[in-house]
Structure formats: C-alpha cells, structure tokens
Design a protein around this ligand. Structure first.
Ligand code: MRU
Length: 314
C-alpha cells in the first residue's frame, strides 16, 4: 500500500479515501484550498494523517498566516491538525519541520506497535472501530500498528471491524487495508459489537484517538464510547492507541473537547432511503478515562491515574 500522505517536493500526495475500496486513486493537493477541501471531505483523514497533511499544507501557503489558520481550523476535534500547523509556523525552516513531523509520525506508529504488542501478548482477537491504521497516519497506524506488529512477529491475530456508520471507515477502509496486508478481518454492524463481546469472542478492544484530554478522557470516532461501556460490562480490556501528538495538556477534560458536527446528509441516505427528519451527526464522542485500561503511546503504555501519566510523557 502507498503511504496515505506524502510530499512530492511541491504538492501533497494522498490516497483519496472517499473512493476506497472501489478505487485506489492518488491525488495531488497543490493549494491551500485543495488541502482544506481534502481534510473536510475526509479524502485524507485520521488524526495523525491530517496533522501531517496540515504541516505540509503550511508549505503551500506562501507564508500567508490566514491561509495557515484556515488549514488549522479545517476540522476541530483532532488536536494533531492545529498542533502540526502551529509547530511548522513556529519553526525556522518550515520544510524541514513539516518533514520532521511526517518522519516522527512514522516512527511513533512503529513504537506504538511495539509497545502494544508487548502489552497484548496474549490477545489475538481484536475489536476496533473506524480506521486507525495505515490510512490514518503516515506510518503503520496506531490501533492497527499493534495488529501489524503482532502479524509481523508471526503471532496469531484477527480483527473485528465495526463498520462505523455513517461513513463506513471500518467497512471501507479498515477492512480494505487489513485484507491488503493478508490479516483476517471480519466486519460487523456497529450495533453487533456488544453481542460479540458477550460471546467471549474478543480478547481486547483497541481504538485510535483524535484528542486525549489532560485527565485521560478520549475523543474518538462516534461509537467508541459505546464500545468502551460494552467492553467494561463484559470485562474485556479497552485500549486507546495514539502518538504523543494526540495528547492535549491544554484541554483539562473531555467536556472541553470540541466535537465536530457533520452534515446530516451523511446520515440521511441509508440503503436507498432518504430519511427526512432532523439528524444529529456528531463525528466523535468522548470516552471517560475511567473506562480505559491503558493508553498505548509511542512513549509506552500509560495507565491510571492518567493525569500524571500523560504529564510525564509530554
Ligand atoms: O472522521 P475520521 O475518519 O477522521 O475519524 C478518525 C478516527 O476517529 C480515528 O480513530 C482517529 O483519528 C485516530 S487515527 C490513527
């Protein structure tokens, strides 16, 4: 698989994720408008990947700070985006800094995989939601990095992927990239996850994250909170994987995380039906730290109390 996001020297190259799995089309983002549009329509998506795209996007601004702010504000929930844009703007050499952010993300993914593999040595049946894999980062992913590390080490591993309504990142993207890697994957309707946990069919839940507040509350794809509650009820460990760039010391708790609301049209069109009522379409939800077994970061696995653990690696 090609990298989800790369720099050609004059443009950002991404796989247009809105077309997967039907078509694997690579597109080039040459202007700030291209970058903002690609981030907003989820052609490039996943917190680390939009952070890298945002960092590289600054190189297309021609020094225009207002244009850089448009990129930083393209989506509100994943802290990586603003973090990356501001880091490039504050640096002496924008190109070097943006490329460093990309390289650090590749390395962070590798480290997350290694730490997660050591932590979850006995777990082979993994439940996840959305896509926190190669398509969501510049490297091998976060939640799925653990899966790839296991597979690479010759350990038995299989993934159960929640389809992730309404945009189907699980059914379209996680299933596609795992199949591409030869890793067994089973897609399930989001509502089936508690029943799967109840059957004892899952050893661990591993999800990605868009922002981790200072107290360990986690914003991630809508449906994550329901998975955490169900895992807790059934005594299944619930892990969140993410790089340190997703930890946000400036946001005290999950209550202060801005949750992106997306167009109701994403929900209205279901299997040929057109629902005409009002729609509530939050892209993310917040899982309280109390439901999280561990945060698998590139700096190691953090455990409760998460406040000091997070402060200790930033
Ligand atoms: O709306 P998306 O597809 O960008 O949402 C992505 C997620 O929720 C991921 O789990 C998160 O960004 C982590 S990706 C390594």
């Amino acid at each position: 698989m090609r990298p989800a996001v790369a720099w050609t020297g004059e443009a950002i190259e991404i796989i247009d994720q809105t077309l997967l799995p039907t078509e694997e089309r690579v597109i080039r983002l040459r202007t700030v408008d291209d970058v903002v549009d690609a981030i907003q329509r989820l052609a490039v998506r996943g917190a680390p990947a939009i952070g890298v795209a945002g960092a590289l996007g600054v190189l297309l601004t021609g020094g225009d700070r207002a244009a850089a702010e448009r990129i930083a504000a393209a989506r509100p929930t994943a802290v990586n985006l603003r973090w990356a844009v501001e880091r490039v703007l504050a640096s002496e050499d924008w190109t070097a800094e943006a490329l460093a952010i990309l390289a650090e993300d590749v390395e962070a993914c590798r480290a997350i995989g290694a730490h997660g593999r050591a932590e979850l040595a006995g777990a082979s049946r993994i439940l996840t939601v959305c896509n926190a894999g190669r398509l969501a980062t510049a490297g091998i992913g976060t939640a799925l990095a653990v899966v790839y590390a296991k597979a690479e080490a010759g350990e038995r591993v299989e993934v159960f992927a929640c389809e992730t309504r309404p945009l189907l990142q699980g059914a379209r993207l996680t299933a596609w990239e795992l199949a591409d890697a030869g890793i067994p994957v089973t897609v399930l309707p989001d509502g089936a996850a508690p029943a799967l946990l109840a059957r004892g069919a899952i050893d661990a839940v591993i999800v990605g994250c868009d922002r981790v507040a200072a107290n360990g509350d986690v914003a991630n794809k809508i449906g994550t909170y329901a998975l955490a509650i169900a895992a807790h009820h059934h005594g299944v460990p619930f892990y969140v994987a993410g790089p340190r760039s997703t930890l946000d010391a400036a946001t005290p708790t999950g209550a202060e995380i801005e949750i992106e609301q997306r167009d109701g049209g994403e929900v209205r069109a279901i299997a040929g039906l057109d629902v005409t009522t009002a729609v509530w379409n939050p892209a993310f939800d917040v899982t309280p730290a109390a439901l999280i077994t561990g945060l698998i970061t590139d700096a190691g696995v953090l455990r409760a109390p998460f406040g000091p653990a997070i402060a200790g690696v930033l």
